[in-house]
Structure formats: structure tokens, C-alpha cells
Design a protein around this ligand. Structure first.
Ligand code: ASP
Length: 375
């Protein structure tokens, strides 16, 4: 399919949309290039160390049954959004904007409530930019809990881009007409889906760093931005826990060959991700994992053993970072963030008659250098 080089999809993450000042920066960036016409925005992220992300507050509020506590949390969210009215001049009725904020937050529950962070961000940004607001529920179609590609293509054809559109990230609409959240960090995926649906050549992903670093700056003294990397490299790095872009979004961009540019602004360095480019250096990912070694019992084939073990891990909902097998042992590195599921898994393996030999916290390093494990 021929790509549209006249339109760029831009996504601004939570840290780039944390407060009114950041919205001014977004406006300069967007208006400096007339191709930047489809803007995806996240809910406001942290403004400083120790601050709260709006989405985290909304998740808390949606789960809270006690009315006064829920209202207290929502109050904080409202205050965050009221601050954005500082962007508007006399021509905008600020009281009207505040009422819209109250109404969106007081009138929603569950996933819809959690999605209101992105919804309000996009509403306010659209008004500030003079672009149209295009609700993600009309553009990001979900069917059987997956992105419905045909539905998204059809939806994109029905939309007029005009001066430009601002679309909330992180959610879409399912076949029953309900608002469904994408996984956390899902605005990346919204940007990827819209790049595909509108057939754009380029997707610019604005974040708080200059691109993809070859290691976590907090753990490695010296780091470099990988100026050109492949989708496969970015996907692997993300799967290893690097918070760059979700593996699902990478997969999407790769399948539809959308050139992706990850950057902080137009001045600094950036990372270009495409099929044709590849980073020649080494990436270092360091992630906490739980190592479990499972020994096959007598009387079953390797195939049955693997199917049984991986099937159980999948059913329990465990995330696997890496695995290898040697003789009758299968070593799996699981995400460390859900100990209860690990116990459930090892109980299951024991009941099946497999030996469960080790359960320990480890740190995975250097997945890109074939040197699998270090303590
Ligand atoms: N606001 C959502 C989150 O915090 C989605 C996103 O930022 O992409 O996960």
C-alpha cells in the first residue's frame, strides 16, 4: 500500500504532557511542521520526582468503593486538569472547561473512568491547538480483545483530518460499544494503530529522552543513543523491560513498515526505527526476574513436557523473559512482579510430578550479547 508522506502521526507521552507548560512546548512542536496533523496524547504524567501520574490516580479511584475517598482522589485529578485552563485566553470560557472536566470525571466508572485522563488531555490540547478532537472510541476499534485492523481502517476513512486531529491515547471501543483500555503505556499503541490506519510513512514518538539509549542511564555510567535501530531490536529491548515502547506497538509498526522516530524535541538527537536500519553496538538490558528450573519426570516426551509447562505459565498469566533447556531441565526466567503467580505455577509443576529445583530472584543482563545471566 502506498504510504502517505503528507501526514505525520505524533504521540506525546505522559511526561511530555505533564502540565500546562509542557502543552505550550507541544504546541510549538506541532505547529512548526505542517505535516504534524494527527496528535495522540497521554494523560498527564509526573511533574517531579514523587508526583503522581493521573492514570495511577484514576486506577485508584476506579477501584475505590468508599465514596469520600474516591471523591478525594478525583479532586486531585480535577485540580491537575484545572491547572491547564491557564493556557486559555479571554475567548475561552474557563468555567465551561472546568465543568467539562467535572462532568467527565464524575460521570464515569471502571475503564471509562481510567480512560478520562487521556480523554481530557486530548480535549484540552485540541482546544489549545485549534485542532479537532477525535475520540479514540471512534478510531481505535477492538474486537475479541485485539486491535480490529479492518475496523480501524474503515474508521479512519470516515474521518476528515482538516486542520488536524487530537486523539486520546490508551483506549478504544470494543464490538459491544464499550470503552476498553489498552495495556499500560498504551498510547504508543494508539499512535502505531493510527499510523497504520491513516497509512502514514512516519510516526514521531515524543518522549522525555533523546531516543533509545543502549543501557539504562541509572545503571550504566556511560550510555549512548542508538541513532538507527531495527524494529526487531526495539521490540526485544522493550520485551526485556526497557520502557521505550511497548512490544505490541513495535510489532505493529514493523508489520506495516512505519518509520518511527523517537525523540524529545526537534533539536536533540533521536532514534530512527525502521526495517532497514540496525544498531551495530550492543544493548544492555538489566531486569529483575525470578528463575525457576523445572525437571521433566519420566514417561513423558519433551514435546508434552514443554507444552504442559508453557501452557500452565500462559494460563496463570506469567510473563516469560527468557528460557533455555538442557538435558531434562527447563530454566525459565519470569517477570518478578507477581510472586503469587510464581507459587501457583510451581505448585502446579509439583503436582504434575516435575521437580521444581530453584526459585530465586536474579538479574538478567546482556540479553543482546548472548551472555544470558549474571547475578
Ligand atoms: N496514561 C497511560 C499510562 O500511564 C497510558 C500511556 O501513558 O500511554 O499507562
Amino acid at each position: 500500500m502506498a504510504k502517505n508522506g503528507k501526514i505525520i502521526v505524533c504521540k506525546f507521552g505522559g511526561s511530555s504532557a505533564a502540565d500546562a507548560e509542557k502543552f505550550r512546548v507541544i504546541k510549538n512542536v506541532v505547529l512548526s511542521n505542517c505535516k504534524r496533523k494527527i496528535i495522540v496524547v497521554s494523560a498527564p504524567g509526573k511533574r517531579f520526582d514523587g508526583d503522581e501520574k493521573v492514570t495511577d490516580l484514576l486506577v485508584e479511584a476506579a477501584a475505590e468503593r468508599r465514596k469520600e475517598i474516591r471523591e478525594k482522589i478525583l479532586r486531585k485529578v480535577k485540580e491537575r486538569f484545572y491547572d491547564f485552563t491557564a493556557l486559555f485566553g479571554e475567548n475561552t470560557d474557563k468555567e465551561r472547561v472546568k465543568k467539562e472536566i467535572d462532568c467527565a470525571l464524575d460521570g464515569s466508572e471502571g475503564e471509562t473512568l481510567v480512560s478520562r485522563g487521556e480523554f481530557l488531555s486530548a480535549k484540552i490540547l485540541a482546544e489549545f491547538l485549534g485542532f479537532d478532537f477525535a475520540d479514540a472510541k471512534n478510531l481505535v476499534k477492538i474486537r475479541n480483545e485485539r486491535i480490529d485492523e479492518d475496523g480501524c481502517l474503515r474508521a479512519a476513512q470516515e474521518v476528515k483530518i482538516g486542520r488536524g486531529l487530537v486523539v486520546p491515547g490508551f483506549y478504544g471501543e470494543n464490538e459491544r460499544g464499550e470503552i476498553k483500555l489498552l495495556p499500560r503505556g498504551g498510547s504508543d499503541l494508539t499512535g502505531a494503530v493510527l499510523s497504520f490506519a491513516f497509512g502514514t510513512e512516519t510516526y514521531e514518538n515524543f518522549t522525555d529522552v533523546d531516543g533509545v539509549f543502549d543501557a539504562n542511564p541509572k545503571e550504566a555510567g556511560e550510555t549512548r543513543v542508538g541513532e538507527k535501530i531495527s524494529y526487531a531490536q526495539l521490540r526485544k529491548f522493550s520485551q526485556c523491560g526497557a520502557k521505550v515502547m511497548s512490544a505490541e506497538a513495535c510489532g505493529f509498526l514493523r508489520r506495516f513498515s512505519v518509520k518511527t522516530i523517537i525523540k524529545k524535541d526537534d533539536k536533540g538527537k533521536c532514534t530512527v526505527v525502521s526495517a532497514a536500519t540496525r544498531y551495530k553496538g550492543k544493548f544492555f538490558a538489566s531486569i529483575a526476574a525470578v528463575k525457576v528450573v523445572i525437571k521433566k519426570c519420566d514417561g513423558i516426551s519433551d514435546g508434552e513436557f514443554f507444552a504442559d509447562v508453557f501452557g500452565a505459565a500462559k494460563n496463570i498469566g506469567l510473563k516469560i523473559f527468557s528460557f533455555f533447556s538442557k538435558n531434562d531441565d527447563l530454566t525459565i526466567y519470569f517477570s518478578h512482579d507477581c510472586p503469587r503467580k510464581i507459587f501457583e505455577f510451581s505448585d502446579y509443576a509439583k503436582k504434575r510430578g516435575f521437580g521444581v529445583f530453584a526459585c530465586e530472584n536474579v538479574c538478567l543482563f546482556n540479553l543482546f550479547c548472548n551472555k544470558k545471566i549474571a547475578r
